[in-house]
Design a protein around this ligand. Structure first.
Ligand SMILES: C[C@@]1(CC(=O)O)c2cc3[nH]c(cc4nc(cc5[nH]c(cc(n2)[C@H]1CCC(=O)O)[C@@](C)(CC(=O)O)[C@@H]5CCC(=O)O)C(CC(=O)O)=C4CCC(=O)O)c(CCC(=O)O)c3CC(=O)O
Ligand SMILES: NC(=O)C1=CN([C@@H]2O[C@H](COP(=O)(O)OP(=O)(O)OC[C@H]3O[C@@H](n4cnc5c(N)ncnc54)[C@H](O)[C@@H]3O)[C@@H](O)[C@H]2O)C=CC1
Length: 278
C-alpha cells in the first residue's frame, strides 16, 4: 500500500523539534529523572533553566550539572512554594516523588497556559520526552507515545547501531553548503527557490554520507562554482579529482625525504662495511 492509500493514523502525537531559544524553563525536582531533563534542556538554546529542589534529595548527576553550568542554571535549595514559581516560565517540567504536588503544579501550569510535563502523570502532560540520539545537528527521537518507555530506549540502541557515525558531520556540512547557496541565490520562493531546492535535493540524493563529510569550505565553493553555477551536480569523484591529485602530490613530496634518507643510510652503511673488510 502506498502512503497515499494508507489510512490516516489517529491517536498519535505531534512530532516537532521545539525551538527553546530565549525561553525560561523550570524544573521541579532534583533526582535522576530531573538530571535527564536538565541534560535535554542544556542541549537546546533555552535562555535559562531554573531548578527547584531540596539539596538533600539531589542526585549526584543533577548536582554536577548545576555546578558545571552556573551561567545557564539557577538552583534554589527549596521545595516548590506556589504559583509565583511559574511566573515568567515558558515551560515547566516536574520530576517529583510526590504525585499530589506534581498534579497541583500541572494544574497551575494549565491555568497559566504554560506547557508542562510531569514525569509521573502521563495523562497531565502536554508533551512527552522520548529516547534520543544526538549527533551534532542530527536529532532522532523515539517515542512509544507513553506505551513502553523502556522499549523506546531499546529501539534507540538498534537505530544507533544502524548509523555509520558520519551522519552528524555530513549534515553539518550540508548545512554549510545550503547557507552558502542561499548567499549566492538569495530570496524566498519563486522559480529560484524551486531550482535551489531541487539542486540541494540532488546533491543529498547522489552523494554518500562519507563524501558529504569531505565538503570543507573550499570544496563547497568548488561545488557551487562547478555545480550550481553550471546547473549540474558533479559527482564526488569529479569534484575531488583535482584535490585528490594534489593530495597524492603532497604524499609524494612527503615520501621523498624519507626515501632519500633511507637510501643515504643504506649507502653509508655499505661504505662503512666495505671499509672495514679492507
Ligand atoms: C509518558 C512519559 C512521560 C515523560 O517522561 O515525558 C514517561 C512516563 C513514565 N516512565 C516511567 C518509567 C520508565 N521510564 C523509563 C525511561 C524513559 N522514559 C521516557 C519517557 C517517558 N516516560 C514518556 C513516554 C515516552 C514513550 O512512551 O516513548 C524516556 C524515553 C525519555 C526520558 O525520560 O527522557 C526514558 C528512556 C530514555 C533512554 O533511555 O534513552 C524507564 C526505563 C529506564 O529508566 O531505563 C522506565 C521503567 C520501565 C518502563 O516502565 O518502561 C513511568 C513509571 C511507570 C511505573 O510506575 O510503573 C512513567 C509514568 C507512567 O507511565 O505512569
Ligand atoms: N518519565 C520517566 O522517564 C520516568 C519517570 N519516573 C517517575 O519520575 C519521578 C521522579 O523520579 P526520580 O527522579 O527517580 O525520583 P527521586 O525520588 O530520585 O527524586 C525526586 C526529587 O523530587 C524532589 N522533591 C520532592 N518534592 C518536592 C517539591 N515539593 N519541590 C521540589 N522538589 C521536590 C526530591 O527532593 C527529589 O530531588 C517519580 O515519580 C518516578 O515514578 C521514574 C522513572 C522514569
Amino acid at each position: 500500500m502506498s502512503s497515499a492509500d494508507a489510512p490516516p493514523v489517529a491517536g498519535g502525537s505531534l512530532l516537532i523539534a521545539w525551538q527553546l531559544n530565549s525561553k525560561n524553563v523550570l524544573i521541579v525536582g532534583g533526582g535522576e529523572v530531573a538530571s535527564q531533563r536538565i541534560d535535554s534542556i542544556l542541549a537546546t538554546d533555552a535562555a535559562h533553566i531554573t531548578v527547584l529542589a531540596p539539596a538533600k534529595g539531589l542526585h549526584t548527576r543533577t548536582k554536577e550539572l548545576i555546578d558545571a553550568h552556573t551561567s545557564r542554571i539557577t538552583y534554589y535549595d527549596r521545595r516548590f512554594s506556589g504559583p509565583a514559581e511559574i511566573h515568567k516560565m515558558d515551560m515547566v517540567l516536574t520530576a517529583l516523588d510526590d504525585v499530589n504536588r506534581s498534579r497541583e503544579i500541572c494544574e497551575m501550569c494549565r491555568k497559566a497556559r504554560i506547557p508542562v510535563n510531569a514525569a509521573d502523570i502521563p495523562e497531565l502532560c502536554d508533551f512527552y520526552f522520548g529516547a534520543q540520539i544526538r549527533d551534532g545537528p542530527l536529532q532522532i527521537m523515539i517515542s512509544t507515545n507513553g506505551n513502553g518507555p523502556r522499549m523506546a530506549a531499546l529501539v534507540k540502541d538498534k537505530i544507533r547501531k544502524a548509523l555509520s557515525g558520519g551522519e552528524g558531520e555530513a549534515i553539518e556540512r550540508v548545512g554549510a553548503l545550503r547557507a552558502k547557496l542561499k548567499e549566492r541565490a538569495p530570496g524566498v520562493g519563486g522559480q529560484l527557490g524551486r531550482r535551489r531546492m531541487k539542486w540541494m535535493s540532488q546533491v543529498c540524493n547522489t552523494w554518500e554520507i562519507d563524501d558529504l563529510t569531505r565538503l570543507d569550505d573550499a570544496a563547497i565553493t568548488k561545488l557551487l562554482d562547478e555545480g550550481w553555477e553550471k546547473n549540474t551536480v558533479p559527482s564526488p569523484q569529479q569534484l575531488f579529482h583535482c584535490s585528490k591529485f594534489a593530495h597524492s602530490q603532497v604524499s609524494i613530496s612527503k615520501t621523498w625525504p624519507v626515501l632519500g634518507s633511507f637510501v643515504l643510510g643504506a649507502v653509508c652503511t655499505t661504505l662503512v662495511f666495505l671499509a672495514r673488510r679492507r
